[in-house]
Design a binder for this molecule. Sequence first.
Ligand SMILES: Cc1cc2nc3c(=O)[nH]c(=O)nc-3n(C[C@H](O)[C@H](O)[C@H](O)COP(=O)(O)OP(=O)(O)OC[C@H]3O[C@@H](n4cnc5c(N)ncnc54)[C@H](O)[C@@H]3O)c2cc1C
Length: 320
Amino acid sequence: MSHEAPIRVAGPALPEVRMHLHTPSDPGVGVVVESRVCTARKAAGFVRHLAIDVSRTRLAANFRVGQSFGVIPPGLDEHGKTHKVRLYSIACPTAGEDGRGQVVSTTVKRTIDEHWESHRLFLGVASNWLCDLREGDEVPVTGPSGKRFLLPADPGAHDYLFFATGTGIAPFRGMILELLAAGVPSRVVLVMGVAYETDLLYDAELDALAASSGGRFTYLRALSRQPQADGGPPMYVQDRLRTHGDLLGPMLGSDRTLVYICGVAGMELGILQAMARTLDPPALEAFLRVDSGAGEPEGWTRRMIHREVAPTRRVFMEVY
Ligand SMILES: Cc1cc2nc3c(=O)[nH]c(=O)nc-3n(C[C@H](O)[C@H](O)[C@H](O)COP(=O)(O)OP(=O)(O)OC[C@H]3O[C@@H](n4cnc5c(N)ncnc54)[C@H](O)[C@@H]3O)c2cc1C
């Protein structure tokens, strides 16, 4: 393996954040104030937008868009211990759903699985518990957590290319709302990837935001298992670098642009490979340091990320 002298690419200054104000041994008590489906009614998966009043907790006015918070489901795990914390991305701006940082929101997908060995249906503990909650129900919360997947301290100094898959849309919903409300001159492009059109999350809201943004926000969908609305073939988020090269090429050639990736683990590899295939070397170097021993992008693996293929500080990734 060859590790060459890194090309230093400066990242933006990030804001200070508060973290771990509630720990698993000292959770705060939030109260559900809203739970609504955020897919189309006929979606294959079940995803809810959940808003939680945290005014009685230390999270109140102490979280930032891009951070996550933790949830502790009630009951005990199979070892008789209290359940571990599960993290959920904050889906609202720093000012919360209420404008005062008292109501935090997230986007929860029910984990539903069939375990091959036992041949039994498995319902993820925290996600299904959260999605079953009704207005007025209490939620033990921890956090906030995360100090890197943030908007920069000077948001207007940058343009943004957001890649989301599935519930990875959560932080971008908050960031887009925050950037548009701030009135900064930034260009924002979101590429949202799901399998089918019915799986799109916050679709009408994002469409409305794009329509009212005066051209500042562009919303692109990428459907991986059905044709696109314009008849184009099924595609992944990274394929938009090719289909929308006129828009995204110049954007990625600008030193204002930051790239954010959030969603299903593995998505980052395809995006980095596509950037390597489509960008000129100087543009690519701003986002990715590629060792000469890394070989062709087609042969890259996830294990090479942060090693032979290292995103610079202009790339922000949160995959799970
Ligand atoms: C930074 C971060 C942000 C996140 N943000 C979000 C978000 O915004 N929205 C969201 O929906 N999720 C998010 N997640 C994921 C979330 O934290 C949970 O992991 C997810 O909701 C599943 O939790 P669960 O308790 O429902 O499932 P779990 O009960 O924890 O099960 C998880 C998986 O383990 C498998 N499993 C469990 N037991 C067995 C077994 N005995 N044999 C085989 N397999 C088993 C299950 O089948 C399932 O696939 C985020 C994660 C991170 C790290």
